[in-house]
Write a protein that binds this ligand. Structure first.
Ligand SMILES: Nc1nc2c(ncn2[C@@H]2O[C@H](COP(=O)(O)OP(=O)(O)OP(=O)(O)O)[C@@H](O)[C@H]2O)c(=O)[nH]1
Ligand SMILES: [Mg+2]
Length: 454
């Protein structure tokens, strides 16, 4: 059976989540799929803990009721001081929230649809709501649902409230202009100090849509001084990036080069013959893959074929590998994807390539962070995901950095820049580890392919 998709738009979901401190929603019931019938609602929503029902009407209102109690068909009136009605509409920046009146029962736990006095949803087992009396909630009907009682959709979500914010951040960050300038200065003054190299070459690897190309665009933007989109980014089911690209970055439009080459790859996919072939990652690490090589998901690049660089020097090798992972998909990665990462990691370790991990889309994943990026290290959710990914990848927590890429912005932002620049600084520090592990003889800019263990 195919997955049941929520009808909430991103904007509606954000507004709904803003009613909670820090929560996740899990869709339990969708009337257009399961039926506009009370028994279908109870079958899926009874004894589920806190839930929120979401009614949609043709007048553009999304509204409903939250309860922190179970539905259980007990036929009892339920006291729930945390219950509320709410309404979201496109022209209101904030949802309306109506709390339960003091001393009133919030709802009747019968065998009908949700019945928050006076609103009875799924009235007569149909796509309708009715006003059935009772004084638990006081609201203006025109504001709540536009006096439009017919439903186009009705959903119920389990609300999982996540722990609040940490009092003390798990990493300290200075959020000020001086810090941004210091990070830029530290990055620009970086020099590998080996074999005449002028920059570190960093490879980004990760699932389709994780934000690899966007990360390059974001770093490019920070140094350029305005938002750029040189690398094509977006969502298409399959990997948007199909070529190997090595990007240089300049300060301003015509300024000096940043001592970093960011290498962008095709996204990894679950299937064996789809997405980037892990064999190509090894080829890239060893320096054999030329810029603009067109990836072939069913076979890795072979010696003697177009795009293969036979004689490689230290500057062609990867000096640091960066796994790029969408933070909200950390626990959704299946065994096949984890196995691909394990293979890549094993090889990278053999090649002596240090690795770090970027957790992207922290703004989308956590309402606390969305509200204010400075909450990133206060967010229990982000900390939990960092620990989870550290365990599943076998990467120390110190090598995991949360970032937010520039995606919708038209201007640079101090906090976004600081997280992005901190990630680059860590990449360069780790690349140094690669150079320091080279033997003195290996440090010349000659063909060093034989240094690597096959
Ligand atoms: N909200 C948010 N969206 C992001 C972030 N990073 C990337 N995106 C969005 O995620 C989508 C995919 O981003 P890409 O940069 O194309 O991802 P990719 O890893 O290069 O994907 P492939 O090339 O297809 O493997 C785009 O729509 C981006 O706008 C982020 O930090 N926050
Ligand atoms: Mg891409």
């Amino acid at each position: 059976m195919s997955a049941i998709i929520s009808s909430l738009t991103n904007d509606q979901r954000k507004k709904l989540l803003s009613l909670f401190n820090h929560a996740q929603l899990h869709l339990l019931y969708k009337a257009s799929v399961h039926g506009f019938a009370a028994n279908q609602f109870h079958f899926r929503c009874d004894i589920q803990g806190p839930t929120i029902c979401v009614a949609y009407n043709n007048s553009g209102f999304v509204y409903g009721a939250y309860t922190s109690k179970d539905y259980a068909q007990s036929n009892q009136n339920i006291v729930d001081e945390r219950a509320f009605l709410y309404s979201i509409s496109p022209d209101r920046p904030q949802p309306i929230r109506v709390g339960v009146n003091a001393g009133q029962n919030a709802f009747l736990d019968g065998n009908t649809g949700p019945y928050f006095y006076p609103l009875l949803f799924l009235y007569n087992n149909s796509a309708a709501v009715t006003n059935s009396g009772g004084a638990a909630f006081t609201f203006n009907p025109a504001e709540l649902h536009g006096n439009d009682m017919a439903l186009t959709e009705f959903e119920v979500y389990r609300v999982e409230e996540l722990e609040g914010a940490l009092d003390k951040p798990w990493r300290n960050v200075e959020w000020n202009e001086d810090k941004r300038e210091l990070l830029k200065k530290q990055i620009l003054s970086y020099c590998p100090d080996v074999g005449g190299l002028k920059e570190a070459r960093v490879l980004m690897v990760g699932p389709v849509g994780a934000g690899k190309s966007s990360f390059f665009n974001s770093i490019n933007s920070v140094f350029r001084g305005n938002i750029t989109s040189q690398a094509i980014a977006g969502t298409a089911g399959k990997s948007v990036t199909v070529q190997f690209r090595t990007y240089t970055i300049k300060v301003g439009k015509r300024g000096s080069l940043v001592p970093l080459i960011l290498c962008d790859t095709m996204g990894l996919e679950h299937g064996d013959d789809s997405g980037l072939d892990p064999g190509d990652i090894i080829n890239i690490c060893k320096g054999h893959v030329q810029d603009r090589y067109q990836f072939n998901p069913s076979a890795s690049l072979q010696e003697g074929t177009p795009g293969y660089r036979k004689h490689v020097t230290l500057k062609d090798k990867i000096h640091c590998m960066v796994y790029v992972v969408d933070v909200s998909r950390v626990s959704l990665m299946d065994q096949k994807m984890l196995d691909k990462f394990r293979t890549i990691r094993k090889k990278a370790n053999q090649l002596g390539v240090p690795q770090i991990l970027l957790m992207t889309k922290i703004d989308e994943a956590c309402p606390l962070v969305e509200r204010d990026l400075k909450n990133v290290y206060h967010s229990v959710y982000i900390q939990k995901k960092a620990r989870e990914v550290s365990e599943s990848f076998g990467i120390p927590l110190s090598c995991i950095v949360p970032v937010k890429n520039y995606c919708t912005e038209m201007e640079l932002n101090l906090e976004v820049d600081i997280l992005l620049l901190s990630a680059v600084k860590l990449m360069l520090d780790y690349a140094d580890g690669f150079f320091e592990n080279l033997l003195p003889d290996d440090q010349e800019e000659t063909d060093v392919s034989e240094l690597y263990v096959e």
